[in-house]
Design a protein around this ligand. Structure first.
Ligand SMILES: NC(=O)c1ccc[n+]([C@@H]2O[C@H](COP(=O)([O-])OP(=O)(O)OC[C@H]3O[C@@H](n4cnc5c(N)ncnc54)[C@H](OP(=O)(O)O)[C@@H]3O)[C@@H](O)[C@H]2O)c1
Length: 276
């Protein structure tokens, strides 16, 4: 057993207006801590990118307060959110999250441009949806054509009329027939050059990634709140058999700020039988 708190760590600003408000040393230190992939350069398994999830929950495991995640966040969590976006080729979300959280394109003020791989543009957002109902996501669909335009990942059988309409506002990627085949989708994203994938939820999308052995890393902020109530957890999926192996997480680092805990885990699937 080791004491990890209190110790010296990155100097988080008290408030987080824009990326420009940080000391360069803070940005450098966080970039070192959150460098891409397991060894700072890994890009996932053959045929797909490295998939890192970023989530926040309460101490009692709630993934929302009053239906949204914002009430659980704080300055340090928002800092890590910006750092992970700065290091990502693409931000992946389920449509439930995009609708509830009113997703919009990644903003330049949320990014440290010096951290972008090969000087690439801002990461686009990719939304996974079968229904193609993206109400509440109007801003997300307003990104201009080009490398930052939103990607909609859907099925070959999704409503054709909606697909045609969205085709004018987003890039459409098809993977799977009735449900999006997440493995196939990651393969298609890799083919487009997106190898560092930041999955920002929600729990049902993360459940599928974990269930398929496709989630490589979890960055989890624990907010100093007892939420109680009935909010769900950060990963949800149908129950696995009682004797089935579970993914194992190894702790890469723990940071703390203002009673928040910020953990980075790497995920292993030793002996794990995937269901997809
Ligand atoms: N605390 C946090 O860090 C955090 C982060 C993210 C989200 N959240 C919260 O989580 C909640 C939403 O999470 P959620 O689990 O309900 O939703 P989710 O995982 O974001 O999205 C689920 C939706 O994504 C689409 N989808 C997912 N997998 C699919 C597949 N294989 N094929 C086709 N479509 C697929 C479907 O959209 P269609 O219905 O359009 O077909 C499905 O209804 C919100 O309350 C949000 O605030 C919290």
């Amino acid at each position: 057993m080791r004491q990890i708190y209190p110790v010296q760590g990155p100097d988080f600003p008290a408030a987080v207006p824009t990326a420009a408000d940080y000391l360069p040393a803070t940005v450098d230190e966080l970039a070192r801590l959150y460098g891409n992939g397991a060894a700072g350069g890994a890009t996932g398994s053959p045929g797909r990118g490295w998939v890192r999830a970023n989530m926040v929950d309460s101490v009692d495991g709630a993934v929302t307060l009053d239906g949204r995640s914002g009430g659980l966040s704080g300055p340090a969590d928002r800092t890590v959110f910006m750092m992970l976006r700065s290091l990502a080729d693409l931000v992946l979300v389920g449509a439930g999250t995009a609708r509830t959280e009113h997703y919009r394109p990644v903003q330049a003020t949320q990014i440290w441009p010096q951290l972008r791989r090969d000087g690439a543009a801002l990461p686009p957002v990719a939304v996974v949806t079968a229904s193609l109902d993206l109400s509440g996501c109007e801003r997300l669909l307003s990104a201009p054509p080009g490398p930052t335009q939103t990607i909609v990942i859907t099925t070959s059988t999704a409503p054709a009329e909606r697909k045609a309409r969205l085709g004018g506002m987003a890039r459409i990627v098809e993977a799977g027939a009735d449900r999006v085949d997440i493995r196939e989708a990651l393969g298609k994203l890799a083919g487009l050059g997106y190898l560092s994938i930041l999955a920002e939820g929600g729990p049902r999308l993360l459940g599928q990634l974990a269930e398929a052995g496709l989630l490589d890393e979890l960055c989890l902020t624990t907010s100093p709140v007892l939420a109680a109530g009935s909010a769900g957890r950060i990963v949800t999926s149908p129950a696995r058999p009682a004797d089935a192996a579970r993914p194992r997480l190894s702790l890469a680092h723990v940071l703390t700020d203002d009673d928040f805990l910020l953990c980075r885990y790497l995920i292993r699937y030793d002996g794990y039988a995937t269901t997809t």
